[in-house]
Ligand binder design. Sequence first.
Ligand code: AQP
Length: 333
Amino acid sequence: MENKRVVSGINPSGSSLHIGNYFGAIKHQIGLQEKMETYYFVADLHALTTVKDKETLQENIKNVVLDYLALGLNPDRCVFFRQSDVPQHSQMAVVLGNYVTYSHMKRMHAFKDKLQKGENEESINMGLFNYPILMAADILLYKPDGVPVGEDQRQHVEIARDIADSFNKAYKKEVLVLPEPMISTETGKIIGTDGTRKMSKSLGNVIEIFADEEIIKKQIMGCFTDPNRLKATDPGTVEGNPVFVFHDLFNEDKAEVEDLKNRYREGRVGDVEVKEKLFAAHQRYFEAAKKKREELTRNPELVQKILRDGANKAIKLASATINEVYETVGIVN
Ligand code: AQP
């Protein structure tokens, strides 16, 4: 994939990013900046499916922009922008909706998840139903070779490929590129603090990255562990136990992790010590990013400039694709 192009985005549906976003997608995306042409964006239009309060949305967007940059996006190496600053995303979505069927859309998991959570079709908005079409537009506009995301987004990258294929077949021309999902086998699905479901903003089972220390401590101390271990002296299970999954992810003191695991298996350590060490490891791991975030917060003009420059670069590529798409379908002004 050397000299190739990738694109990916983050939905500012919540007030800050969590370790599932980081280890599932962002860390990988940051690594790719050195090797490939990278386009990363904050998918603010997608957040409208769930955020219906103006101030909350503005705050979420600001926070996610700062989080993303602080975690290591380098605007000299990647094109970083807001989705809404590039109107071609919306234009492309209007076209692409015509190359996917209603029954295919009904099988998409964002929509099915809501139904499973007890919502009925009457209360699901069309923005959510159409989410995969806008996401296909986000991707296909940049003709990328790959899309680095977490496992939960695999289905959405696949539908983008299906839509591109169906568009190309309709016009017997290779206009759109079919991108590959790029998903880590080890960290593509980070489990939530409830120990059962994927870590998700909307499920509230997260460990945030930049929240106040007290909040992060509470999230870690409330983390699910081995349910069969009633006392600290009971031997416990380490494999699949979320606190140890998280230790493996961000506690860089590997000797400490091994010692905790051994003592846990033998019933010689309490959950509180394991979690306190996890909290300390979290503070160490994200310390540099926190400093960087504070610097960026003090420099809003710089952040605005990064987003403006990013949008200008993104528009160049996106407008070339939409012009080609319009030309292909017969909409030529
Ligand atoms: N638990 C996770 N494990 C691995 N990867 C994850 N991602 C999210 N959660 C996990 C990846 O992070 C990127 C940005 O995700 P997003 O915020 O745009 O949307 P999402 O996947 O819907 O994240 P949430 O937290 O689950 O949001 P809500 O609750 O609003 O739906 C993506 O690449 C995603 O795969």
